[in-house]
Design a protein around this ligand. Structure first.
Ligand code: NOJ
Length: 556
């Protein structure tokens, strides 16, 4: 397998609004990130992915961009950005920008022009259609509730928005749109950024006839209908030639609706498109069919089946990205682990072991390295995320699919805001995030779970992540070894091996509180522990008893 620096990297995702506020306005900012570069270096990560920092009216917290070459007022200035980039580079950290080009803000000058008249030069930058039988042009729903179409009185036509109505979809079939995007990307590369995370890039190419799709619980077809459209690979190959080949970049495509077959094209080792993709199948194992609003717990066998499919399916052909969390997902410890006081640390470490020992590039989402948990939201007013708020109104008030109590339970379990509360720096007021009023509530558990306490404790979740990241730097097998699942039918244990030439690792994770037992394959019985989430390691024999949430790695 070809060796590449981006395969050997660990990426840390920052959601700037919630990371560190340097000026007391209650909103995280670029100077806050610069201030904390030493913390990131200490953790050991070597790539930073920033959620969008561009000028934006913030309908969707920066995923609605009104100027791709300016910084959001709340986050600082372009000079602050340059200083942050320099500080990252001085600390050996590369910087990945969030590229949000499936759509812009409706306040972007292109859209302001586009909606003016049917013959405006920017009209064809977006996707406009006349009404069909007096209604929306098709049955697609927005990701954030309601239809994916907005009627615009000015020209008496609808425009497409797969996300909020303030996020109109760009028309990638227009070569001028592609050139604008490529020029903008080259501008950022020239500035010195090291790559891009590409927001819903799998959705950019729509079938020209925009066909209806099967409807879900709210009566609309999924926003994912256009996934992997007819020209998406062609457009990404063009991007590769016109932009990405100009520098030594790292690229990851957020590919909602991606299949294994499609991922082999997006992230193929022939390096014609992207380096890797984010797939979401393992985020759906606790969904109800297509509906994420449930508090159903996953069956570990489904999780293993999905992750193994991706590990084996891309082996030698493409490259995986590994993640439990991001700004769109609830906290993994509250979802797949156990956030009670007793099992907090050990289950956070178990989840980390399970993920970081797989093949692929791991992503750590801010606060995951502390085991930050879901948030005990009490009322709908405490939410800030338009996805959560719109879903509440649609499913509880308008359609009465769920009662208030049910929906609050689902929101506490699945809302994106669980991952968006302020980073817990220390035990001072507002968790040390801001001296002002935070834009979203602070998780009340910050006195127990915070970076300062964990930096002082050698057994903390933070130091365990640090160790996993360090191990990956030291051992090629963790990066390049092949993955093979053991015990596929076990309901409690996730076990697999990694193999590179003569070397071999055994990874064992007990996903539950119940004690159980695992048989150690013969070749590992004379091995040694590389890492274990309990201080007292048990002798390696034919069998090893697994304590609650125990996980370890044995080297042959
Ligand atoms: C995916 C992003 O991760 C999410 O936060 C955003 O709301 C949508 N794309 C729309 O840009």
């Amino acid at each position: 397998m070809e060796k590449r620096w981006w395969k050997e990297s660990v990426v840390y995702q920052i959601y700037p609004r919630s990371f560190k506020d340097s000026n007391g306005d209650g909103i995280g900012d670029l100077n806050g990130i610069t201030e904390k570069m030493g913390y990131l270096k200490e953790l050991g990560i070597n790539v930073l992915w920033l959620s969008p920092v561009y000028k934006s009216p913030n309908d969707d917290n920066g995923y609605d961009i009104s100027d791709y070459q300016a910084i959001m007022d709340e986050f600082g200035t372009m000079e602050d950005f340059d200083r942050m980039l320099a500080a990252a580079h001085e600390n050996g950290i590369k910087l990945v920008m969030d590229l949000v080009v499936n759509h812009t803000s409706d306040e972007h000058p292109w859209f302001v022009e586009s909606r003016k008249s049917v013959d405006n030069p920017y009209r064809d930058y977006y996707i406009w259609r006349p009404a069909k039988d007096g209604k929306e042009p098709n049955n697609w729903g927005s990701c954030f509730s309601g239809p994916a179409w907005q009627y615009d009185e000015q020209t008496e036509m609808y425009y497409l928005h797969l996300f909020s109505k303030k996020q109109p979809d760009l028309n990638w079939d227009n070569p001028k749109v592609r050139q604008e995007v490529f020029d903008m990307m080259n501008w950022w590369l020239k500035k010195g950024v090291d790559g891009f995370r590409m927001d819903v890039i799998s959705l950019i190419s729509k079938k020209p006839d925009l066909p209806d799709g099967p409807v879900g619980i709210n009566g609309y077809a999924s926003f994912n209908e256009p996934a992997n459209g007819p020209h998406v690979h062609e457009y990404l190959q063009e991007m590769r030639e016109k932009v990405l080949n100009n520098a030594d970049t790292i690229t990851v495509g957020e590919c909602s609706g991606v299949t294994l077959e499609e991922a082999k094209k997006y992230a193929s080792s022939d390096e014609k498109e992207l380096n890797m993709v984010f797939q979401f199948e393992h985020m759906d194992v606790d969904a109800d069919a297509n509906n994420k609003w449930t508090d159903k717990k996953m069956d570990l066998r489904d999780m293993k089946q999905v992750l193994t499919k991706w590990q084996k399916g891309l082996e030698e052909i493409a490259w995986n990205s590994l993640f439990w969390e991001n700004h769109d997902q609830p906290r993994s410890i509250s979802r797949y682990g156990n956030d009670s006081k007793e099992y907090h640390d050990v289950s956070a470490k178990m989840l980390a072991t399970c993920l970081h020992m797989m093949q692929g590039t791991p992503y750590v989402y801010q606060g995951e390295e502390l085991g930050m948990t879901n948030v005990p939201f009490e009322s709908i007013d405490q939410f800030r995320d338009l996805d959560s708020i719109n879903a509440y109104h649609e499913l509880v008030e308008d359609q009465k699919v769920f009662t208030h109590e049910e929906m609050m339970r689902y929101l506490r379990y699945k809302s994106r805001d669980n991952a968006r509360t302020p980073f817990q720096w220390d035990s001072s007021e507002n968790a040390g995030f801001t001296t002002g009023t935070p834009w979203i509530m602070v998780n009340p558990n910050y006195k127990q779970i915070n970076a300062q306490a964990q930096l002082e404790d050698p057994d903390s979740v933070f130091h365990y992540y640090q160790k996993l990241i360090q191990l990956r730097k030291e051992k090629d097998i963790i990066v390049y070894g092949t993955y093979d699942l053991l015990l596929p039918d076990s309901k409690e244990i996730y076990a697999y091996t990694r193999t590179l030439g003569e070397e071999k690792l055994l990874v064992v994770c007990n996903f539950y509180e119940n004690e159980t037992e695992v048989e150690i394959p013969e070749e590992f019985r004379n091995g040694r522990y590389l890492i274990c989430n309990y201080k007292e390691q048990q002798p390696i024999g034919e069998k090893v008893k697994l304590r609650a949430y125990e996980s370890f790695v044995i080297e042959k």
